[in-house]
Design a protein around this ligand. Structure first.
Ligand SMILES: [Zn+2]
Length: 502
């Protein structure tokens, strides 16, 4: 299969404020596999009624990892990397396409000019040339993409396997929002936004305000035309509004992509604070529920151009009580007034709250959540109970465990104990299932760290030999006992705890 390369360039406004002629260059494919060589000639006809254009080239996986480690900061102090990553997030927030940032510098030109051209590893940097060839006049940046043709003739575009972005170091650059300065300084973030549009497979648009216009302009954010473009390739981000009532009386939304699992995962969504939202302390609040399957390092950013964002991250138990040790809030740790929580969390269920710093704020916002996990495990807080049994304190609604021969034995049967807390009187459904053994489920209350009384026990109310309990529990601490019906049985089991709504 041939690999081919596409180069797209961005042109700046002239000092007079007149747009100079833009260049969309789809240059000849160089080749990387030695056996096949061909030229691709692309004639782009721009009609005056047409807006976004797609290149026919796309990332098959719907995502691209970009290595972002540009040295230095802008003259006004903002980091190039932060600006670049905001641009990545902006595209991810409005579509199913996901840019994933890897905090590592990679030379965008590495191996270029050899038969390894298009090494499949993304990079971004400032350069005086486009990896050896001169920048065109007024060219601010160039995106180089490479990929595999979809057919022998290479007529239907290609699946992108590499994208690299080179910013022209002969220009003076800064990071700022709003109208372009006329002192000749180019603005980095909106050019990054534009080049990333090429990297994901968009060509130039002739919509007046689009970021994908071939000229930079006063416009510094994605416009409807840009968003329509990326959605036409990858589909849109949709939120299924599963609203669950909860103890705070705030509508809780469970998005359709609400579980993040390792080693790397990301989710983006866009929302709007409005006056009809539920209020917390006089401020509109949108609440989303996410589950992290593994202990993770998370980077959550809440960005808005309409208001000063305020971000909550609250870990909740299976009975939807908050866990104070894992509650985070942030106002201004992001760029500008934006909010950001960058920390390590344990696996579990979390509520993510989007709100504002000031009362009465309304408008659109974007949330990006990136999680990474080196060790795909779910930590439990364990302690030794008075009986010498390790009790797993696990507020996750889904628990996977193993009865093994090292476990504590009670009455000849192996026993795991799992502690959970209930904050308000709640009706729960607790399902214990195993394909390895005939399950038996116990529920006891715990008073000051000691077992109170056996409240419920079930052997086979679930399907087959599985167990189910549906207790109504008052606020307090409880232990679930997982054991087998027959002595000494071992194997994997799963517990699912759900709240039974009135
Ligand atoms: Zn361009």
């Amino acid at each position: 299969m041939a690999t081919l390369f596409v180069r797209t360039a961005t042109t700046k406004m002239g000092a007079s404020g007149l747009a100079l002629r833009g260049s969309l260059e789809l240059i000849r494919g160089s080749l990387s596999l030695k056996t096949v060589s061909f030229f691709l000639v692309c004639l782009l006809l721009v009609s005056s009624t047409h807006a976004f254009e797609v290149s026919e080239n796309f990332w098959e996986s719907g995502q691209a990892v970009f290595h972002v480690g540009i040295p230095g900061t802008s003259p006004t102090g903002g980091s190039w990397n932060d600006a670049f990553k905001r641009s990545m997030d902006a595209w991810s927030a409005v579509s199913s396409f996901k840019f994933i940032a890897e905090d590592e510098f990679l030379d965008p030109c590495i191996d270029r000019g050899t038969d390894q051209f298009g090494d499949g590893v993304t990079g971004v940097d400032f350069r005086s040339t486009v990896c050896g060839s001169a920048f065109g006049e007024n060219t601010l940046a160039v995106t180089l993409t490479a990929g595999q043709c979809l057919n022998q003739q290479c007529t239907g575009g290609f699946t992108i396997s590499d994208a690299d972005i080179v910013f022209n170091s002969g220009e003076s650059w800064d990071v700022y929002s709003g109208p372009l300065r006329f002192d000749g300084t180019s603005e980095f973030e909106r050019v990054a936004l534009h080049e990333l549009g090429h990297a994901l497979g968009l060509d130039h648009s002739n919509a007046d305000s689009a970021i994908m216009r071939p000229f930079v302009s006063d416009n510094d954010a994605l416009q409807t035309d840009d968003i329509d473009g990326v959605i036409s390739i990858y589909g849109g981000e949709t939120i299924v509004e599963t609203t669950v009532s909860n103890i705070y009386g705030v509508a809780l939304v469970e998005p359709d992509n609400a579980t993040l699992s390792g080693p790397n995962d990301s989710v983006n969504l866009a929302g709007t604070l409005s006056s009809s939202d539920d209020q917390l302390d006089g401020k509109s609040l949108d609440l989303y529920q996410y589950s992290f399957e593994n202990d993770s390092t998370i980077d959550i950013q809440l960005n808005s151009q309409a208001f000063d964002p305020f971000l909550y991250l609250v870990r909740v138990t299976s009975s939807q009580a908050s866990i104070p040790e894992f509650t985070f809030v942030d106002d201004n740790s992001g760029s500008g007034n934006n909010a950001r929580i960058n920390t390590t969390i344990q696996a579990g269920t979390y509520w993510l709250g989007a709100s504002s710093a000031s009362n009465g704020s309304q408008g659109g916002y974007d949330i990006s959540i990136i999680s990474s996990s080196n060790t795909p495990s779910s930590s439990f807080t364990s302690f030794t109970s008075i009986y010498g049994v390790d009790v797993l304190v696990n507020p996750n609604p889904n628990i996977k465990g193993i009865l093994n021969s090292n476990d504590f034995k009670f009455d000849g049967k192996l026993l795991d104990l799992i502690q959970f807390d209930v904050s308000n009187t709640t009706k729960l459904k607790i399902d214990l299932s195993s394909s390895a053994f005939d399950t038996s489920l116990l529920l006891v209350d715990v008073i000051e760290g000691e077992v109170g009384q056996l409240l419920f026990q079930n052997d086979d109310n679930g399907s087959g030999t599985n167990s189910t309990l549906q207790p109504t529990l008052q606020a307090g601490t409880y232990w679930l006992g997982v054991t087998s019906f027959d002595p000494s049985e071992t194997g994997d089991y799963t517990i699912v705890i759900s709240v039974v709504l009135p």
